[in-house]
Design a binder for this molecule. Structure first.
Ligand code: SF4
Ligand code: SF4
Length: 248
């Protein structure tokens, strides 16, 4: 697995004064990631205490996409739609810190199989991950990511917790991790605890738990990195454990 890249920009040195503003924009996707965000239930009130939600179609009526300190982008933009590409670029311009929220924006996931030719827009056939078009500050793969990830990311942004956010800037989580990274880094290093979170996170059902360990169906793996991101042991990679052992 590649090492996480540099700490994200925008926090904490450029932390906005006052209550940070938040916006959420949605491209091609099923809305499950937005629903997962809202599934924070009472913690949603805590999120609203932490940030001023200026734009989010399911919970407010604003029609103009505003400038915001932190922006979540959900879904994959369509390359054959100039409007969609322009909206993404505007979101990037307006964002202090841009988070790719969910599998479709991070790796395109099921949109990778789009072939166009369907009514009412037969010309719509390519839906790349957003990092192909704009700079992304953090990636949260998963279809959808768990509700707690929204809370954790916003809290980390507000608190300037770069240790937490740095992991989410990892190149692997940004779309290049494959099920084989999970096997190589976690299972083969005896770190797997058999929890099944990887299988649950996989958007294409490429992982089956056999005798308490994940087995990958390689033909189904779309290399989204969701299994790696959701694995509780990927936060304890071997180099870190080696360092801890040396300190004992
Ligand atoms: S095994 Fe599933 S979750 Fe893991 S990278 Fe492949 S498609 Fe994504
Ligand atoms: S999420 Fe990680 S620890 Fe849990 S079963 Fe999968 S590889 Fe093992």
């Amino acid at each position: 697995m590649d090492k996480p890249i540099d700490a994200p920009t925008g926090v904490p040195g450029e932390k906005p004064s006052g209550k940070p503003t938040f916006a959420y924009i949605h491209f091609a996707a099923c809305s499950g990631c937005e629903i997962s965000f809202l599934d924070n239930f009472e913690k949603l009130l805590e999120i609203m205490d932490m940030v001023d939600i200026r734009y989010m179609t399911l919970i407010n009526d604003n029609t103009e996409f505003p400038k915001a300190d932190i922006v979540f982008v959900d879904g994959a933009p369509c390359l054959q739609s100039a409007e969609s590409v322009e909206e993404l670029k505007k979101a990037r311009e307006n964002a202090g810190y841009l988070v790719s929220w969910g599998g479709c924006s991070t790796t395109s996931t099921i949109n990778n199989f789009a072939r166009g030719g369907q009514a009412p827009q037969p010309q719509h056939e390519s839906f790349p991950p957003i990092k192909r078009l704009v700079k992304v500050d953090a990636f949260v793969p998963g279809s959808p990511p768990g509700p707690e990830m929204a809370y954790n990311v916003i809290r980390a942004f507000v608190k300037g917790d770069t240790d937490y956010l740095k992991y989410l800037t990892s190149y692997s989580v940004g779309g290049w991790a494959c099920g084989c990274d999970l096997i190589k880094d976690i299972v083969e290093n005896a770190l797997c605890i058999g929890c099944g979170a990887c299988a649950f996170a996989c958007p294409t059902r490429a992982i089956e738990m056999v005798l308490g360990r994940p087995c990958i169906n390689w033909e189904r793996c779309v290399k989204c990195g969701a299994c790696y991101a959701q694995c509780p042991r990927s936060f304890q990679p071997v180099p870190l454990m080696d360092r801890m052992m040396e300190e004992l």
